[in-house]
Each structure stands twice: as structure tokens, then as C-alpha cells.
Design a protein around this ligand. Structure first.
Ligand code: GLA
Length: 722
């Protein structure tokens, strides 16, 4: 039992492994947050609650002791004296926007109800609290899912119109929590194409700090997570709160430091260019958020997110399955291939242990570059004589499986699909559509467009022996308008687009359960927990440079488990960053995820080709750590010359340390790293040093980093229980 209600004191206790989250029913009827942090006793926590009103604050007409400005709210409303950010904003047909919610009833469910049409954590004991507006016929249901063996809580909200006339939601966030302290740094991701998952860390300031996306996807410019690190918390020490949305569309997340020194964190679907019309009886289900608390620093927080997503988010059929080590044709051939070229690539890795050949962009329609063909999911027989079958048969004969690239949500104006159905593309009458990479986005808010996509992609999957699909999304959605929505629902477009995408995933992923789906969006522009519910693996970045990947993969690992990060060894000099990096380093860094190759094996040196077999074997030796292990980030290239990460098996019998030095510096200081997470009393053999040491020695005396000569040199240390 992770959820307990103290009926006498009217307090809900949500108890994770080491966490308590508590809130009560206030005398005024609203829900009052009481505590979120390290596990505490089930005491009457009202003693700690916020003080009453001060001079000049607005007070309830029924109870002069109540001021929403001071209450730590669970579901903060607008228009009744709480001047902080509200969790939601309603408007009725008369223009009345005031709201005040009171407790009606609650239920504790042993089986988690899933939100309609949205990805969410699977399973878990769930508390549903129903609140009613004092004036409007409007109900809000708060859902809390808690796991007693984890320190993660999932929250979401349903907003329901019980009245006869329509009502509008101008904001409908997924959660809000008030933390009664202000000693936080805010950590948020920022980035761009080929530079995803960079991290900002700044002391919280009064007012609102926010991140969000208007791209129609979660985007490369940020990612839907926000972290609060208390009192100088670092990777290994201190209290940390992490918040991550399970969503793949535009979003908003905010942290507001109030005048009383409390921090309110909230977020969900975007509140910009958003209004949702609720007709009589209609319900708006918000996306889910996952909240994690840890008193073991950022690594402790990451362990909780990783374990939660492995147990309850990622498709259980694939989450623990060994990932195919693949070779992808993109950086090796781009659009320039025919059967012979692809066969040479397949020959190049035959017998190395690479298990799958993935044919990327360029196999369909008139797709000889990025100007034409998107939308026409029919094989280009000028390039692939005899159709896909010839390549698939050749791949199978070489002992490998076959994977194929799609970009289902897109269309080039120069395509048969666009010529037949120009209206399928998103456009706003009177405005010439913008082009991004010469393409337009299909209107996923329309059921007929989604039906077309499902059938076109399914046909290829039905007619060919395909084991893997790479699902790409290479432009943003800007012209948020659908000719199939009435004027007063146009501002639902962004959210409906995300729901349309999830519908496609439901139908295609469930329709082909034997196919392994990998997500992609010009690299990591839709790398999020929403996608992870459907796709067990996502291409982390188009930047395949090992140095850049140390930064990108480091940031992504804050929230997302390594098995999701798709990471490839690519050609040198690197096509994006132009760095010259040793082949070994490229593999060592690409092994910190679901690994593969992205180069033309027909043109690399004999020596490198021979190394592929060794690298694949080395990966197989450690892949259980990637799939199941605990990650410890030890050093970042964001603020040092060194990258170091360690993976430790859950039973602590096996660990791997991977490190890279960006550039050699003459007379550089000694660099020691201190591995974590080992068993102090266990003796480990360190293969590369040929030495046996206690875990306590390794963790406290450390390991001196030594590298081969040259730029971007890497090294690994295998540790195994003696
Ligand atoms: C995007 C992807 C790449 C590749 C190309 C194909 O950029 O991120 O991996 O698939 O599209 O056009």
C-alpha cells in the first residue's frame, strides 16, 4: 500500500520507497499541499502548513482566515486571490474566469486507469481526488500514481464540464506543486539541431522561470524536464526534485519563486496558442507528469527516472531485450545508392556480429534528394531494381535482419500524395505555406489523413519482411490551423496534433507488434517520454561526433535510461563537427546506449573493419549494463577536459568505467575519478590494470585516468567481482 488516507486529520500520504508526498483537505475545502521530500512519519502535518493571511492579502468572504495567496495549493486556481501561476484557467460563455475548487470525494484504486489517447506510466496504485468548482458546473479530477518500490509519482488531471453550455480551458496543466523553500538551483535543458540536451543551471530568482516548445514536438531547443537542486546539490549529494512530462508535443513548464519564499512548479500542454472548448459532459485529459525526489543528488534522481521508465513506461516486450547492433545507411550513402552500393555495405559488415541493416531515407518515390517523394511510400525501382525484396533477401542471406526508414507525418509538395491531396498538408488559407527541408507536415488532427498514413505505411510493412522501423520527423509545425476545425477550436490544434501522432503510434506499433520501432526527429527533436512509451529507442542526435555525444548523451541521461539513447559509430572526420576522433573512442562513447554503425564499411580501412567485430563483441559483454545497470555520471566535458561515466549492475558484481580526454595538455594535473555504487566489501578484478581491489578502495582511493596519446582519446576499465 503506497497510498494512505488519514480520515481524522484529512491527510493523504503518498509513500514511495524513500519519499513522502502529503496533502490535506483545508478547512475551506481546497486541497492544501503539506510536504514533499524524504519519507516521514504519518503525523498530523497540518502543524507545518503555511501561515494565514497577512495584511492586504485577499481573504475568503466565508472565512477570514483563508487566503489563497498563502496556501500551498495542490490545484491552484485563478481569480480568487492567489496571484501565482494557476494550474488551469477556465472561461464560461459569459466571460467569467473565476474559479475555486473544493474537495468532493476520493478513491484509491489498485489498478491504474490509463488516460484516453495518451501515453502514461503503466500500472501502480492510484489516488483519484475529485474537486468541484464552487460556482461553475466544472469538475477537476486529480490522479496520483505511486509505487512503493520507487521514488516516482505520476500525476495528471481531468477537466470536465458538467454544465449545459460550453466552457473554455485557456490553460489545462498536468500538475502543480508548492515547495515551501527557496534554496534551489533550476536545471533546464536547452539546445539546437546537432546540439541537443545542453544543461543550464542557475539559482532560482523571484518570478517565473520557464521552458517550453511551440514547435509541435518537444523540440531540440529544450526538452520537457525541469530539475530543482536544493542547497548546492551536485551529481552525488543533496536533495533534488525532477519533473518530466510524458508528452511529445508543444508544452510548457514553469517554476515560480513567490514573495513568500515558496516555489511552485507546474506544467503540461502549452498555455500559449491554446484554448480547449469543453462542450456539455466533455472531459479534457492532461498529459501525465512524473515527479522524482532524491536525496542522493542528480545521479540518485536519474536512477529513479531510469528505473521507473524501464519498469513502467517502455514497452515491456522490448525493454530488457538485447538491442540489434545495426548499420544504418544514412551517413554512409545519404541519398546516393542503388542495389549494388547497398550490397557492398552489407558485405562490409557481414560476419562482424552486426545484426541488422537499416535502409534510411531515399528508397521510395522520387526521393533522390530532400526535394521530392515524401509521402509516396512506394519503392523507387529505378534505384532498387527488383524492389525492396532484393535488398531484404541479400541482408537475410548475410545473416542480418532488415530495417527501414519512414517519415510518416510529412509530404513534399513534389510528390504524388501532394498532387492528389494538397489539402492533407497543414496550411492556413491566404498564407503561402512555409517549407522546412522542402517539406510540409500532414494534418494529423484529421482522421482521414491519419487513416491514409496508417494504410500507406502498413502496406509496406505487410508486404515485406521488416523487423525494425526508424520513424523520423524532420520539420516543425508552424501554421497551426486545420481546415477541418471550427474557428472556436483552432487553438486546440497543437494539442490535437500530438493526440493525432499518438493515435498513429497506437495503430502502427500495436498493428505490428513484432517490429521494433526507433524514433527520430532530425536527431533528438522529439526525444521524450511520450515517444518512449511507443518506441523503445530514439536517435539521440544527428551529431555523431564522439566529443559532442559526450555532452548530448550526458544531458539526455539526466532523465532517460541509456537503453533508449541510440548511438552510432560514424566516419571520420566527423560529418557534422569535422573532428578527427579515434575509431576506438567513437565506439566507447557509442557503447553508452543502443549502439550501431553509420558509415560505409566498404570504404573504411581494413584495420577499422577488423575492429568492428571486436567492438561488437565488447558491446555484447557490457550491454546488460546498458539495459539494466545504474549509471553514475562522474565527469562532464561541459566543465572539464574529461568525460567519465560508470555503469554498475544492480547486484553490484560488475561495473564499467568509460572515460575520454578531450585534448592532451602538457604537464596536465593528475586526474583521478572516484567510481560509485560498488559494494564496499566486494573484491573486484580490474581487467585493464590486472589488479584486485575492494570496492571501498576503488571508490575512495579512486582510479587514475590514463589515456593513449592524441586528441579525444578514450579508455575503459572493466570491473568484475572476483
Ligand atoms: C534526419 C535523421 C537522420 C536521417 C535523415 C534522413 O536528419 O535524423 O538520421 O534519417 O533525416 O533524411
Amino acid at each position: 500500500m503506497a497510498i494512505f488516507f488519514d480520515a481524522q486529520n484529512k491527510i493523504f500520504y503518498l509513500e514511495g520507497k524513500n519519499t513522502t508526498y502529503a496533502f490535506g483537505i483545508h478547512a475551506c475545502g481546497c486541497l492544501q499541499h503539506l510536504y514533499y521530500g524524504k519519507k516521514v512519519g504519518r503525523d498530523d502535518l497540518h502543524y507545518i502548513a503555511a501561515d494565514g493571511p497577512s495584511a492586504f492579502t485577499l481573504r475568503s468572504p466565508e472565512d477570514k482566515k483563508t487566503s489563497y495567496q498563502h496556501i500551498w495549493a495542490e490545484a491552484p486556481a485563478y481569480g480568487r486571490g492567489d496571484f501565482r501561476e494557476p494550474m488551469y484557467a477556465i472561461r464560461d460563455e459569459k466571460g467569467d474566469r473565476l474559479s475555486e475548487l473544493v474537495y468532493v470525494r476520493h478513491e484509491i484504486l489498485s489498478e491504474k486507469p490509463m488516460p484516453a489517447g495518451l501515453p502514461a506510466l503503466r500500472e501502480g496504485e492510484t489516488l483519484v481526488v475529485e474537486l468541484a468548482d464552487k460556482v461553475h458546473p466544472f469538475t477537476v479530477r486529480l490522479y496520483y500514481t505511486v509505487y512503493d518500490d520507487l521514488d516516482a509519482i505520476a500525476r495528471r488531471v481531468e477537466y470536465i464540464n458538467n454544465g449545459e453550455s460550453a466552457m473554455f480551458l485557456d490553460r489545462a496543466f498536468s500538475f502543480s506543486v508548492d515547495l515551501p523553500r527557496s534554496d534551489f538551483d533550476v536545471i533546464t535543458p536547452y539546445g539546437a539541431w546537432a546540439k541537443e540536451f545542453q544543461l543550464d543551471r542557475t539559482p532560482i530568482r523571484h518570478g517565473v522561470t520557464e521552458i517550453g516548445s511551440k514547435y509541435g514536438a518537444t523540440s531540440a531547443t529544450t526538452n520537457p524536464f525541469l530539475i530543482l537542486a536544493a542547497d548546492g546539490a551536485d551529481e552525488h549529494r543533496g536533495e533534488v526534485y525532477g519533473f518530466n512530462l510524458i508528452f511529445s508535443g508543444s508544452f510548457a513548464m514553469k517554476a515560480e519563486l513567490s514573495m513568500m519564499g515558496t516555489v511552485r512548479v507546474l506544467g503540461g500542454a502549452p498555455d500559449f496558442d491554446f484554448t480547449w472548448k469543453l462542450e456539455k459532459g466533455e472531459c479534457f485529459p492532461s498529459p501525465e507528469v512524473v515527479m522524482v525526489y532524491s536525496d542522493e543528488g542528480l545521479n540518485g534522481m536519474s536512477h529513479q527516472f531510469h528505473d521507473t521508465y524501464r519498469r513502467h513506461l517502455i514497452n515491456p516486450h522490448y525493454v530488457h531485450a538485447k538491442r540489434p547492433v545495426l548499420i544504418n545507411s544514412w551517413e554512409g550513402a545519404y541519398f546516393n545508392f542503388d542495389n549494388e552500393r547497398l550490397m557492398r555495405m552489407i558485405d562490409g559488415v557481414k560476419g562482424t556480429g552486426v545484426d541488422m541493416f537499416v535502409l534510411d531515407d531515399g528508397w521510395f518515390g522520387a526521393r533522390n534528394g530532400d526535394k521530392a517523394g515524401l509521402g509516396d511510400w512506394v519503392v523507387n525501382e529505378e534505384k532498387l531494381k527488383g524492389g525492396l525484396k532484393t535488398v531484404i533477401d541479400y541482408t537475410h542471406a548475410a545473416g542480418m535482419k532488415f530495417g527501414l526508414w519512414f517519415e510518416p507525418e510529412m509530404v513534399n509538395p513534389d510528390s504524388d500524395l501532394y498532387r492528389a491531396h494538397p489539402d492533407y498538408a497543414i496550411h492556413c488559407p491566404g498564407h503561402d505555406p512555409m517549407l522546412g527541408r522542402n517539406q510540409l507536415v500532414l494534418d494529423l488532427t484529421r482522421a482521414d489523413v491519419r487513416d491514409y498514413i496508417v494504410e500507406a505505411v502498413s502496406k509496406v510493412l505487410r508486404e515485406n519482411e521488416i523487423d525494425y522501423v526508424k520513424w523520423d520527423f524532420n520539420r516543425s509545425v508552424a501554421e497551426n490551423y486545420s481546415s477541418h476545425l471550427p474557428a472556436d477550436r483552432q487553438m486546440e490544434f497543437q494539442y490535437r496534433f500530438a493526440l493525432g501522432f499518438f493515435d498513429l503510434c497506437e495503430r502502427l506499433v500495436n498493428g505490428f507488434p513484432h517490429i521494433f520501432f526507433e524514433g527520430c526527429s532530425s536527431g533528438g527533436a522529439r526525444f521524450d517520454a511520450g515517444l518512449m512509451y511507443y518506441f523503445p529507442q530514439i536517435w539521440t542526435s544527428d551529431d555523431t561526433d564522439a566529443y559532442m555525444r559526450t555532452l548530448i548523451q550526458y544531458g539526455a541521461s539526466m532523465i532517460y535510461p541509456l537503453s533508449v539513447h541510440s548511438c552510432h559509430v560514424s566516419a571520420c572526420p566527423n560529418h557534422q563537427a569535422k573532428h578527427t576522433t579515434p575509431f576506438a573512442t567513437r565506439a566507447d562513447i557509442a557503447h553508452l546506449g543502443a549502439t550501431g554503425y553509420e558509415l560505409d564499411p566498404a570504404v573504411i580501412s581494413e584495420e577499422e573493419r577488423a575492429q568492428i567485430a571486436e567492438q561488437v563483441a565488447a558491446y555484447h559483454e557490457m550491454e546488460d549494463l546498458v539495459l539494466e545497470g545504474d549509471l553514475y555520471r562522474l565527469s562532464s566535458t561541459a566543465n572539464s577536459n574529461f568525460f567519465a561515466e560508470e555503469l554498475v549492475s544492480k547486484d553490484k558484481t560488475k561495473a564499467l568505467l568509460t572515460a575520454m580526454r578531450a585534448i592532451p595538455i602538457v604537464n596536465d594535473e593528475i586526474r583521478t575519478v572516484y567510481p560509485k555504487g560498488l559494494d564496499e566489501n566486494m573484491v573486484y578484478h580490474i581487467r585493464e590494470l590486472n589488479i584486485d581491489l575492494h570496492g571501498s578502495t576503488i571508490m575512495n582511493a579512486g582510479l587514475k585516468l590514463r589515456f593513449p596519446n592524441g586528441d579525444y582519446a578514450s579508455a575503459v576499465w572493466h570491473m568484475e567481482k572476483v
